[in-house]
Structures are given as C-alpha cells and as structure tokens.
Design a protein around this ligand. Structure first.
Ligand code: RNT
Ligand code: ZN
Length: 421
C-alpha cells in the first residue's frame, strides 16, 4: 500500500468518524499511550534458562515443535526485538524468574538476585521499554507434587516464600533502573488432581505464605504485586488452592492487584463483566490476555468477539490508566515471533476499534431507554472504516502496514531462526 493511499484512506475514514461524533486523531493519541506487556515465554515455549531438566510443570503445556525457538537469552532478546519492531507503539516485556542469566552456575530460585537480570535490564534500557516480572513456582523439583506456597512441608514453603521475596526485590530493581513501575505477578500451580479431603489447610497456609512475602516492604512506585487465580489446571482438575474467590478476597483485603486471565474461567464465561465489579473494590488490575479453545489452552490471541468486548469494556469504563495489559499464551506450532506479533497487534486493534466506537450515541440511546437505537448503533459501528485508521497508525509508527509484517518474519526465519539446530 502506498503512503499516498494510506493517507487518503485515513482522511476519508476520519471524515466518516466525525459524522458519527468520533475523533479519530484523538483515538490514535489514546492508543499510543497504552503499553501491552509481551510475555517472554511465547519465545521459547515456557522453557526458561535454568536447564534444571525438570521439564515444563505446573500443568502448563506448550504443544507443537515448530523449529527455531530461542535457546539463549541473547536469542530470545533478538527475537523479541524483531517482534517489537513489527508492532506499533511503545510496549513492555514480561519476564519469568527462570529466564535469569546465571553464567552457567546453579543459582536456586530462593537465591536469585537483580544481578541475574542485568542483561534484561540493560536491553530494556536500550529499547526504552519497561519490564514486568513473575516468580516461577513451577518446573522445579520443589514443585513436583503441585504444591508450593501452600505445601504441607514447612521447608518447601519457606523455599518458595524466599523465592517470592527475592522476586519482588528484582521487580523493584527493574522498576528503579528503568524508571517505570514493574508489575510482579504471582501465580502458583497448587492444587489436586482428585477430590481432596482437606480444602482448608492449603488455603490457610497459602494466606500465611503470601502474608510473609508481602510483609517485606517494597516501594509500590517501583514494584506492584499482582495475584492470579484459576479455575483448574491439568493435573489440578478437582481443587485449585488459589481459586478466583480466594484471590479476590486476598487482593481486596491486602489491596493487591487482581489478575484476570481470560483463559482461567469456565469456557462459557468471559472476563468482560467482571472488570467493573472488581474495580468497585480495587484501584488497579492486571490482565492476562489469552485465548482458551474448549479449555485453558493458551492459543494465540485473535480479534474475536471476546477480545473486542474486553477492549470495549476497558475503553467505555475509562479503565485503561488503571489496567496493566499483559499477554499470556504459548503456541509452539507456528513461528513464535509471528505469534507475538499477531497477538499483540490484535490486542491493539481491539483497543483502537473500541476507541473509535460512537460511545456517546450508545449512551444517549441507553439512557433514554431507546434500546432499538442502541442495538442499531452497536451493529453499524462494526462496519465503520476502522482498517484505514489502523493502517495509518502503523505507517505513522514506522511499522509494516497490513500483512507486510509477515514477509519480514519469513525473512528473519530464513536468515536467523533456520540456522538454530
Ligand atoms: C497459568 C497462568 C500463568 C502462566 C504464566 C507462564 O495458568 O496463566 O500466568 O501462564 O505465568
Ligand atoms: Zn496467566
């Protein structure tokens, strides 16, 4: 597409949006202010760099064996940089603790320090982006039986408490070095495959462990804590210690960020309706945007009704300043850089579509009880010339317009990924 056509199409689209009371320029400025946190774990199938030989645990599953996955921090950074260069706007990068750089030494999870993330911090500084963080409570011998912070064994609990404390310090170091608050998200796999007799004990122990971790003061300007619940996991079908009710209660009582992962609910349940409920009691939330297919399968995020409804809710409720958007999926059956690019561009497209919605017209219709007009406007809004605005935004940000990013990924695959054996 020529620059001339991109601009001409945008001009016409802008006029059309003005007719329905929407300022397209304003929507683009708004979109530019929203960072999306790209998850490191799409780049290497949630492998990490510890080489403990424990394999992927916690009921997580990355299926597929597409060639070319990143094997080292340098490769992962290179791949992520390629992805970021194909996505309009300034974003963030989300690391798990087992992606540290340990210089060939064995540094156990309770011993990790900010210095093990210096390579990542320097890289983020160079790119001018913020980092987010996650303790890794899986893929480790001390998590082999699917219990960590709620483990019945005091020693194992202590090991994971120390890991949690270390991770918040690392988050704070990242926040400080980069001048951007780091969000550290806690997700634990704890639970049981079959029906437990005692549902109470593990939850009491989890509360105690979390209180110990969060009892260590950390400046919230540098690091914010988030906690992520779940309905079930593979091998954890009957009982999840950190269920949604558990963590919502914990988050509200301790004023922590509540993490909503779009794949963690019953398949017919979406998080759209939950956001305004949670915001009645918490100032900020974290999202893990994913796509479950029949179950919590973590497919690449596509521009479907769920994603659009989520973005609309964030925009209509003016929640974007208080919502940290992270992605969480891992597809090992396609080019991993493409997976990042497709999912992130879709998140941004959904947000832009929502920002271009004639919301004022919808509100007037609803407030006056004119549900006929509300439905009519919902449907008309779907075919407004959104793509011309998106293309213009990509061009303005110096990233490929339309499908042009794919050729760049294919070229990178040929010149870089295919050499990894
Ligand atoms: C697992 C959670 C969690 C993980 C990442 C790797 O069900 O969604 O967020 O996917 O921490
Ligand atoms: Zn998640």
């Amino acid at each position: 597409m020529s620059q001339k056509n991109i601009e001409a199409a945008y001009k016409l689209a802008q006029e059309r949006y003005t007719e329905v009371g929407v300022d397209a320029d304003k929507a683009l400025r708004w979109l530019a202010s929203v960072p999306v946190s790209l998850h490191c774990w799409q780049g290497d199938d949630v492998g990490g760099f510890e080489k403990l030989g424990a394999g992927l645990g916690g009921g997580l599953a990355a299926t597929g064996n597409y060639p070319g996955k990143a094997r080292t921090p340098a490769e992962l950074r290179g791949d992520a940089e390629k992805a970021l260069s194909l996505i309009p706007g300034k974003h963030r990068f989300n690391l798990h603790a087992f992606y540290g750089e340990f210089g060939g030494k064995k540094v156990d999870r309770d011993e990790i320090e900010p210095k093990h993330f210096k390579g990542w911090i320097d890289w983020a500084k160079k790119l001018g982006i913020g980092l987010d963080f996650n303790p890794t409570f899986f893929s480790h011998p001390n998590a082999a039986d699917n219990f960590t912070l709620s483990h019945a064994d005091k020693g194992i609990r202590k090991f994971w408490v120390d890991h949690g404390i270390a991770c918040r310090q690392i988050g704070a170091a990242m926040g400080k070095a980069l001048g951007r608050t780091c969000v550290t998200n806690f997700w634990i796999p704890d639970g049981m495959k079959d029906i437990p007799v005692d549902r109470i004990g593990p939850r009491k122990r989890l509360t105690h462990s979390l209180d110990e971790i969060f009892g260590v003061p950390v400046d919230p300007k540098l690091n914010l804590d988030a906690i992520e619940g779940k309905l079930f996991g593979i091998g954890c079908e009957s009982y999840t210690v950190g269920s949604h009710e558990y963590y919502l209660g914990y988050a509200v009582s301790r004023q922590k960020l509540f993490t909503l992962d779009t794949g963690h609910y019953h398949p017919t349940e979406t998080i759209t309706d939950k956001i305004s409920a949670v915001f009645q009691f918490l100032p900020e939330i974290l999202l893990h945007v994913s796509r479950g297919v029949r179950w919590d399968s973590d497919h690449v995020v596509i521009l479907n009704d769920d994603l659009q409804a989520l973005a609309q809710e964030l925009v209509r409720g003016d929640y974007l300043d208080d919502t940290h958007i992270g992605l969480d999926y891992f597809d090992a059956s396609i080019n991993r850089i493409a997976a990042w690019v497709i999912g992130t561009r879709n998140m941004l497209k959904a947000l832009l579509q929502a920002m271009l919605e004639p919301t004022a017209k919808l509100q007037v219709a609803e407030e006056s009880g004119d549900y006929t007009s509300r439905l009519a406007w919902f449907e008309e809004a779907k075919t407004l010339p959104f793509s011309a605005v998106w293309d213009y935004y990509c061009a303005k940000n110096g990233v490929p317009v339309g499908e042009a990013w794919l050729a760049e990924v294919k070229q990178y695959e040929k010149s870089v990924l295919s050499k990894r054996k």
